[in-house]
Design a binder for this molecule. Structure first.
Ligand SMILES: [Zn+2]
Length: 414
């Protein structure tokens, strides 16, 4: 049987159409989880699935499943592929969207070609991957693999004090026609297509990254408590300046976590000071730490290291550290990795084995099912930014490899 040929114009056209939803004046995207824009994107994708003759369904976490089950496959476990439709508040047009649109194109290609399959194939859009509006991120995939119960996070608030549960229920009502799947179903395999979000593939001039695994991370919140005081009248020696404490802690930690091999990624991405007046010594400074590494032992140790150093370097203020989010490092399934390698080779594309520095839904899926990821290069390694981009050639290459992978996985008996 000949390989099916993807419809490149349809793929790029749909990516561009999706990019008009939540578009910012600076050309970036703001389509955060469970927003009106996120609902609109979901409705568009459901319309594409309807045109394709796929069966669409949702679950209580807001995940969207678009299923193609040729006759005789109905009782088999599906092979699944997808990513997410939500973006950061200043996001790009490909992060997540490429994996969803790419999966739909790949499956449609198999359907149009009449490829004989043993398993159904399903495109998926996992809800709230980014976690920028509501914590935790990767909510939909975490719920699917039962790492969390959706009911336990419905009370989480966004910056405007909107409950996750309320936003999610409005979101689900935007597609009232979708049947609800109450439980997660076992999968024969999962492959996620994504832009690299880093500079490695582009620098190497290689179109396909075969992802070996995903770095783990810990997200923490550090609170430094001092004493508020008048900025003009309080002598330096009598101050308990929470901002100076925070600055000292951040400097000490960023030096401590620097390593020659560049295996550790340490980031302070958010800092707030109270009472927040220019002329008052702040008494409460809160900042986040995102620390990433490929070894679980290192990450487990990092928490107590951070706690000890925060206490030491914030003096005379006091520090507390709270763990907000955990993702353990993940190794992808060797068989799926081999299939991706072989499919890229079959399509004539060079590959590079690569470790993902960013978290992805695939990392959650890999804890329960055979999973893997395909990366394509992105321009200057930029992501989570209006300038996020990739060449048409590379976008097509990724979907060609994905299509062939889904075919191989869905044709095999397992
Ligand atoms: Zn993403």
């Amino acid at each position: 049987m000949t390989d099916c040929i993807i419809n490149a114009n349809r793929l790029i056209g749909r990516l561009q159409e999706l990019a008009t939803i939540g578009q910012r004046p600076d050309g970036g995207l703001d389509r955060q989880a469970f927003s009106a824009e996120d609902s609109e994107a979901r409705r568009l994708v459901v319309a594409w699935a309807r045109d394709a003759g796929f069966y669409s369904a949702s679950d209580s976490a807001g995940n969207l499943f678009l299923r193609y089950a040729p006759e005789g496959t109905e009782n088999e476990q599906p092979v699944m592929s997808g990513s997410h439709l939500d973006t950061q508040p200043v996001g790009g047009w490909l992060d997540g969207a490429y994996g969803v649109v790419g999966a739909i194109e790949a499956i449609l290609c198999l359907k149009e070609n009449g490829t004989r399959l043993k398993h159904p194939v399903e495109a998926v859009a996992w809800s709230n991957e980014e976690g920028s509006r509501f914590l935790p991120g990767m909510l939909g995939s975490a719920s699917y693999v039962r790492h969390l119960k959706i009911d336990d996070v419905l009370g989480n608030l966004d910056a405007g004090d909107i409950r996750l549960g309320d936003a999610l229920s409005v979101f689900l009502k935007a597609t009232p026609e979708l049947p609800m799947h109450s439980t997660s179903r076992p999968l024969a395999g999962y492959v996620e297509l994504h832009i690299e979000q880093g500079p490695v593939l582009e620098a190497a001039g290689i179109p396909i990254g075969v992802v070996s695994g995903v770095q783990g991370y810990r997200v923490m919140e550090v609170v430094i408590r001092g004493r508020a005081a008048h900025a003009g009248t309080t002598p330096a020696k009598m101050r308990q300046d929470a901002m100076i404490g925070a600055v000292n802690v951040i400097r000490a930690l960023s030096e401590y976590f620097q390593d020659d091999e560049d295996n550790t990624r340490f980031t302070v991405g958010r800092i707030t000071a109270l009472p927040g007046s220019p002329s008052t010594v702040p008494d409460l400074v809160t900042f986040t730490i995102d620390i990433r590494h490929q070894e679980k032992g290192f990450l487990d140790q990092a928490f107590s290291t951070i706690e000890n150093m925060a206490n030491l370097h914030s003096r005379p203020c006091r520090a507390t550290v709270e763990l907000l989010e955990i993702l353990e490092p993940v190794q992808f399934n060797p068989t799926i990795i081999e299939v991706i390698d072989n499919c890229a080779l079959h399509k004539g594309y060079k590959t590079l084995r690569i470790l993902s520095g960013a978290g992805h839904d695939a990392a959650l899926l890999a804890t329960r099912y055979p999973a893997g990821m395909i990366f394509v290069p992105c321009e200057n390694g930029i992501s989570h930014h209006p300038d996020e981009n990739a060449t048409t050639e590379d976008l097509i290459a990724g979907v060609e490899v994905l299509t062939y992978c889904l075919k191989q996985l869905a044709m095999a008996h397992n």
